[in-house]
Design a protein around this ligand. Structure first.
Ligand code: 9GP
Length: 826
C-alpha cells in the first residue's frame, strides 16, 4: 500500500537528522505530553509527532513575520468564512522535507508513521469547493513568497459528519477540536473586542465637527488562533488566523453564588455560540442573526487586527490600499466594507469622500456562484438591529451610488431600482453582492464562462456601468496536496520522466506529452492507477466496510449534493443499465465492470437533496445484490466524503463525472483534480469544464449536453420534462422502474417527491440531457475497452492540465487585481 508521505523526500531537503528528530520527538512526548513512550496512547503519539514537525517550521515562520514587517510591502488579506484544510501532518512533512527522517526515526522506536498519521482528524472548516479553494490559495500564496494572511473563523464544530441511517442522511456533530489541535497557537492576549446592537448618536467633536458614533449594545471577544501555512520549497511560512468567540465577562460570581448556575454562564454561552458551528441552520430568525453575527465577528476582528497589529503605529490610513488588499471570498465577508468606512470616518475622523475612495481601492470581490438564490441578502430590520451604524453607512453609500447611476442613465428609474443595494420585495433587504460590487476595485468570476455570465447576466447592470471592473481568474488546485502528496505513484513517475520542476511550475507537465506515445510509460501509468485502486479498495473496506473489486472501471461523482450538479442524471444512467439487463435488452456480460462511486453531503435543510441521497442508497442496495449484475456494476456511496477520502479516491478514478447543467456550476475544482490525476472527464460545457475541454481536446473528453445558450432556448420555449419521458423508451423505463417500487420494497410512493418534481418541473433539465448523457456513456464503454488508447488519453489529460495549478490562479490575481510582490525570506 502506498503511503501518504512516500516519495516526499524528493522535493525538499530535510532540516533534521534521524537522531535529532528522535530526540525532539521523545522530548515532546515526555515534557509536553507528559508520558513515557511505553505508556503513550495513539493520540499522545500523534500530538508529539505533530509538535515535533511543527517545531521545524517555527523559525521560518517567525523569520517570515519579521521579514514582512521590516519590508512593509503590500500584503494580501484573504477574508473567507471557510478553509477546508484537509490533514495537516502530511502537508507539513512535505513542506519541511522531513518525511523520510520522520519515518526512519519512528521506525527505530518501533512506531509507524502512517499508523500515527491516520489518527489525524481533519479540520472540516468548510462546505466544499469554496473552502477548499481558499486552502489551495493560501498554500500557493505561501509557496510564491507573497506576504499574505488568511482570516476566518475557528468553528468549534466543523461541517457535520454524515452517516446513513436506513439509507437516509443523518448529521452528527464534528468535534474536531475535542483532543485539541497541535497546529494552532492561541493568543488570548491579542483578543479584539467586537460589538453588536446598540444605537448611533450624533455629537460635536472638539474641533466643532458634527459626527456620528456607534454606542454598542454588547460586546464579545475575538481570540486569535494562528496556524502556520508553510510554502513548498521556500522558507516562507505565512499565517492563517482564525477567530474564536469568548464572552468579555464570562462568569457572574454573584449570580452563581445565588444558585442560578445556568444564568451565571449565560453570557459565555451566547458569546461562544458565534464560533460554535459552521453555517448554522438559518431557517429560523435566530439562525439568520447568528450567521450575520459570525460574518461581522470575523471581519471586524480581522480589520482591527490588520490595522492595529500589522500596520505600523501611526500609519496614515488614507494609504491603507498601498499596504493591503482585502479579498472578499464570496459575499460572507462583505460587511467588511461598511466596517472599514466606520473605522475611517467615525474612529479616525477621515472625511467621507476620502474614506470611500480608499475603501473602494482596498477591497476586491470574488463571486463564486451563478444561482440567484445563493447571493446573500440580509433584511434591513435584522441588519439595522444588529449593526445600526453599518446600516446607516450602507444607506449613504447607496444614496450616492444611485445618484451616480441616475447621472449615467438619466430617466432610467427602472435601472436605478434594479441596481439599488436595497431590495424592496419580498422584504426590504441589503443585497450583499451589490454592496460588494460597488465597494470593490475589481470583481472576478472563477472560470471564463462564469465571468462572462456574471458580466452578461447576474451583474449585467454593473458591468455596463463599470466594464473595466470585471475580470476573470480561473480557479486552480494546489499540485502539492493533489498530486505530490495524494498520488505519490504518479508523482514519482512524472518526476522520473521530466524532473521535479512541475511541483512549483505545473505547466511543465506539458513535457509529458511525448510519453503518451511510449508503450512502456503507458504500462507504468496503468500500474500506478491499478495500485491507487488497490489503495482505495483497502481504505474503503476498513473505513466503511464496503467490499469493492480493484480491477473495475472507477466512475466517480463526488461533490456536494445539489440538484444543479445532477447526481440524478448519473443515477438514471445506472438504473437504465439495470433496467435494460432486466428486460433482456443488454447482456450483463457486455457491461464493462464498473464501480460507480458517489460522495456527497446534502445541506441539512435541503429536502430534495436528502431524498436523492436516499434514492441513491436504495438503488445501490438492489443493484449491488442483483445476481445478474455481479461483477459488472456496483454502486459505492461511502458516507462523509471529505478531503481525507478525496486524496485516496481521486487518484484511483478512471472517469470523472462533471455533469452539471450548463450555466450553473461557477467553476468546479474537483474537475481539475481528476483530470490532473489522469481521469477522463464526462461532462457538459459548464464552469471550468469548458477550459479543461479546450486544453485536453475533444478526443480525450466525453462531451455531451445542452450548451448554456441552448439551455436558455429550451427554457424560453416552455420546457416540458414529461414530453421527454413520454418520448424516450429507456428514460421512461428507468423512471417507471423507480416508480414501481423496485428499489423500495414495492412501496410506489417512496420516491414520489423526487419523481414528481422531475416529471413536472425538472428545473435543471435532467431529462432534456438524458439521452445525450447515455450516448456519451456508451462511448466511454467503447473507449475503455481499448486500454492503450485510454491510457494515452489519460496521460494527455495530466500533461495538458498544468494550467489548473492554484499557483497560476494566484499569479493571475497578482497581475490583474492585487499587485503585491514576492518577499522571499533570506
Ligand atoms: O459552486 C462554486 C464552485 O463551482 C466553485 O468551484 C467554488 C470555488 O470557486 O465555489 C462554489 N461556490 C460556493 O460554494 C458558494 O458560492
Amino acid at each position: 500500500m502506498h503511503t501518504v508521505t512516500e516519495n516526499t523526500q524528493r522535493f525538499s531537503s530535510s532540516p533534521a537528522t534521524v537522531e535529532s528528530f528522535t530526540s525532539e520527538f521523545v522530548r515532546q512526548l515526555r515534557y509536553e505530553q507528559g508520558v513515557d513512550l511505553g505508556f503513550a496512547s495513539s493520540d499522545d503519539l500523534y500530538q508529539a509527532l505533530a509538535r515535533t514537525v511543527r517545531r521545524y517550521m517555527i523559525d521560518n515562520w517567525l523569520d517570515t513575520l519579521s521579514t514582512q514587517t521590516a519590508k512593509g510591502a503590500k500584503a494580501v488579506a484573504y477574508l473567507s468564512a471557510e478553509y477546508l484544510m484537509g490533514p495537516q501532518l502530511p502537508n507539513a512533512l512535505l513542506a519541511t522535507g522531513l518525511a523520510e527522517v520522520a519515518r526512519d526515526s519512528l521506525a527505530a522506536l518501533g512506531l509507524d508513521l502512517d499508523e500515527i498519521g491516520a489518527t489525524e482528524v481533519e479540520p472540516g472548516l468548510g462546505n466544499g469547493g469554496l473552502g477548499r479553494l481558499a486552502a489551495c490559495f493560501i498554500d500557493s500564496l505561501a509557496t510564491m513568497d507573497i506576504p499574505a494572511v488568511g482570516y476566518g473563523i475557528r468553528y468549534e464544530y466543523g461541517i457535520f459528519r454524515q452517516t446513513f441511517v436506513d439509507g437516509r442522511q443523518a448529521e452528527q456533530p464534528d468535534p474536531w477540536l475535542s483532543k485539541g489541535s497541535p497546529w494552532e497557537f492561541a493568543h488570548p492576549d491579542m483578543a479584539v473586542e467586537v460589538g453588536f446592537h446598540g444605537h448611533t448618536e450624533r455629537y460635536t467633536d472638539a474641533a466643532g465637527v458634527e459626527r456620528t458614533r456607534w454606542v454598542r449594545g454588547d460586546c464579545v471577544l475575538a481570540v486569535p488562533y494562528n496556524y502556520m501555512v508553510p510554502g513548498y520549497g521556500t522558507k516562507n511560512v505565512n499565517t492563517l488566523r482564525l477567530w474564536s468567540a469568548k464572552a468579555t465577562n464570562a462568569f457572574d460570581l454573584q449570580i452563581f453564588n445565588a444558585g442560578d448556575y445556568e444564568a451565571a454562564v449565560r453570557a459565555q454561552t451566547v458569546a461562544e455560540n458565534i464560533s460554535k458551528v459552521i453555517y448554522p441552520e438559518d431557517s429560523t430568525p435566530q439562525g439568520k442573526e447568528l450567521r450575520l453575527k459570525q460574518q461581522y465577528f470575523f471581519v471586524a476582528a480581522s480589520l482591527a487586527d490588520f490595522i492595529n497589529q500589522t500596520l505600523p503605529q501611526g500609519f496614515d490610513l488614507t494609504k491603507i490600499h498601498e499596504r493591503v488588499t482585502f479579498q472578499l471570498n464570496d459575499t460572507h465577508p462583505v460587511i467588511a466594507i461598511p466596517e472599514l468606512m466606520r473605522i475611517l470616518v467615525d474612529e479616525r475622523g477621515i472625511d467621507w469622500a476620502t474614506a470611500w475612495d480608499v475603501t473602494r481601492k482596498t477591497f476586491n470581490y470574488t463571486c463564486h456562484t451563478l444561482l440567484p438564490e445563493a447571493l446573500e441578502v440580509w433584511s434591513v430590520e435584522l441588519l439595522g438591529r444588529l449593526l445600526p451604524r453599518h446600516l446607516e453607512i450602507i444607506f449613504q453609500i447607496n444614496e450616492e451610488f444611485l445618484a451616480e447611476v441616475r447621472k449615467a442613465y438619466p430617466g432610467d428609474e427602472l435601472r436605478a431600482r434594479r441596481m439599488s443595494i436595497i431590495q424592496e420585495q419580498p422584504e426590504r433587504a441589503v443585497r450583499m453582492a451589490f454592496l460588494a460590487s460597488i465597494g470593490s476595485s475589481k470583481i472576478n468570476g472563477v472560470a471564463e464562462l462564469h465571468s462572462q455570465l456574471l458580466r452578461d447576466k447576474v451583474l449585467n447592470d454593473f458591468s455596463e456601468l463599470w466594464p473595466s471592473k470585471f475580470t476573470n481568474v480561473t480557479n486552480g488546485v494546489t499540485p502539492r496536496r493533489f498530486l505530490a502528496l495524494s498520488n505519490p505513484g504518479l508523482a514519482n513517475l512524472i518526476t522520473e520522466a521530466i524532473g521535479e520542476g512541475w511541483v512549483k511550475d505545473l505547466e511543465r507537465l506539458r513535457e509529458l506529452e511525448p510519453f503518451a506515445e511510449d508503450a512502456s510509460f503507458r504500462s507504468e501509468f496503468r500500474a500506478v492507477k491499478a495500485a491507487n485502486k488497490e489503495r482505495f479498495v483497502e481504505l474503503i473496506a476498513q473505513r466503511d466496510g464496503i467490499e469493492l473489486p480493484a480491477d473495475a472501471m472507477y466512475d466517480v461523482m463526488v461533490k456536494r449534493l445539489h440538484e444543479y450538479k445532477r447526481q440524478m442524471l448519473k443515477l438514471l444512467h445506472v438504473v437504465t443499465l439495470y433496467d435494460r439487463v432486466l428486460r433482456g435488452e443488454l447482456r450483463a456480460s457486455d457491461i464493462t465492470p464498473r464501480v460507480v462511486t458517489f460522495g456527497a453531503k446534502a445541506a441539512p435543510g435541503y429536502k430534495m437533496a436528502k431524498e436523492i441521497i436516499a434514492l441513491i442508497n436504495a438503488v445501490a442496495k438492489v443493484v449491488n445484490h442483483a445476481p445478474e449484475l455481479q461483477g459488472r456494476l456496483q454502486i459505492a456511496f461511502p458516507a462523509n466524503y471529505n478531503v481525507t477520502l478525496a486524496e485516496k479516491l481521486i487518484p484511483a478514478a478512471d472517469l470523472s463525472e462533471q455533469i452539471s447543467l450548463a450555466g450553473k456550476e461557477a467553476s468546479g475544482t474537483g474537475n481539475m483534480k481528476f483530470a490532473l490525476n489522469g481521469a477522463l472527464t464526462i461532462g457538459t460545457l459548464d464552469g471550468a469544464n469548458v477550459e479543461i475541454y479546450d486544453l485536453v481536446g475533444d478526443e480525450h473528453f466525453f462531451l455531451f449536453g445542452l450548451t448554456e445558450p441552448q439551455v436558455a432556448d429550451v427554457v424560453d420555449a416552455g420546457y416540458k420534462p414529461g414530453a421527454y419521458y413520454e418520448g424516450n423508451r429507456s428514460l421512461k423505463g428507468a423512471i417507471d422502474l423507480i416508480a414501481s417500487g423496485a428499489f423500495s420494497n414495492g412501496d410506489r410512493n417512496a420516491f414520489e417527491f423526487v419523481l414528481s418534481d422531475l416529471l413536472g418541473k425538472d428545473r435543471f433539465l435532467v431529462l432534456a440531457d438524458y439521452q445525450a448523457y447515455v450516448d456519451a456513456q456508451d462511448k466511454v464503454e467503447v473507449a475503455y475497452a481499448d486500454q492503450e488508447a485510454w491510457s494515452r488519453s489519460a496521460i494527455l489529460n495530466v500533461a495538458r492540465t498544468g494550467f489548473f495549478s492554484s499557483d497560476r490562479s494566484i499569479q493571475d490575481y497578482l497581475d490583474r487585481i492585487w499587485h503585491a510582490k514576492p518577499q522571499p525570506v533570506r
